[in-house]
Design a protein around this ligand. Sequence first.
Ligand SMILES: Nc1ncnc2c1ncn2[C@@H]1O[C@H](COP(=O)(O)OP(=O)(O)OP(=O)(O)O)[C@@H](O)[C@H]1O
Ligand SMILES: [Mg+2]
Length: 349
Amino acid sequence: MSFERDLVSPEPEGDERAIEAALRPRRLDEFIGQGRVREQLSLVLESALRRNRPPDHVLMSGGPGLGKTTLAMIIASELGAPLRMTSGPALERAGDLAAILSTLTEGEVLFIDEIHRMARPAEEMLYLAMEDFRVDIVVGKGPGATSIPLDIAPFTLVGATTRAGLLPAPLRDRFGFTAHMDFYEVAELERVLRRSAKLLSVELPDEGAYEIARRSRGTPRIANRLLRRVRDFAEVRAEGVITREVAAAALNLYEVDAEGLDRLDRAVLDALLRKFGGGPVGLSTLAVAVGEEPETVEVVAEPFLVRQGLLARTPRGRVATATAWAHLGLTPPPDAVGSAAAPTLFDDA
Ligand SMILES: Nc1ncnc2c1ncn2[C@@H]1O[C@H](COP(=O)(O)OP(=O)(O)OP(=O)(O)O)[C@@H](O)[C@H]1O
Ligand SMILES: [Mg+2]
């Protein structure tokens, strides 16, 4: 992985988790943006507190670095409940999950990250646990095996996934509330940055915050990371003052482009335009061309490219828009999506 890729990747870097923990909002009213999710969630939590019952199970879906783990921690702290954290890949056997479920205390919040990667037997055990607060423990093997029902304490499951589409319907249906986390607006990222700057004792004028925010790929994790890099640059080269010019110079040095596109984003666009003439091209073909897993291209790069109006997903494959051609400094063909002569996207769907 190149340096540049690390800098704007929405995945956390090596030692970043510790810094992130320090910057994490602890209460719902400190959580910036995602207005609708915040309001809905606050109703769910408040009514649960009034009824003195654990709230419905909550599913959070959204790309990396948008605040899923942060929100799970906030749910527990707003409820004043203990939080148990695990992840889909750690739940390989039903027994792994049974061990956790059977030791939950009443009202505890169980957070399962990457819940779409849980093994099938554990998943089936979870259905019953979510619905009836019960697990069936299978004892013995073969024809002599018996299952012993075991009551578990009422709890709240909080699941997080970057790929809601991969969740089997029976699991999805057992969540009472689903929060879709979207990319953040520039103004919201400016607020994230101002809050972080205060916590890190960095002086951050508005113009500097704006310049960093608009290059942060709609993602708070990236905003916080770019802030630290810009601070380093400003300390060495500009006596610590983060003006707009200083922020821009720092980010240019680190090769974060003005739209916040990272190496993978640009590689995907570049392949789409230069190798496939703007598409349409299938996801797996496109992924091979940039040397990545289709899942990485689909989950990490595409959502942002779509949001920026650079790429469209059509029934025939991925297509570059006229804006994409312009972004890479190329001339779009007359029939590029978004140009005047373009056919509609779904003409033969
Ligand atoms: N709404 C927000 N307000 C302020 N800071 C935020 C917000 N959302 C996320 N952050 C910051 O961004 C960082 C990453 O957030 P978090 O770890 O919750 O993302 P995630 O969605 O769980 O990512 P992943 O999919 O990689 O697990 C945290 O350190 C947190 O400080
Ligand atoms: Mg997380």
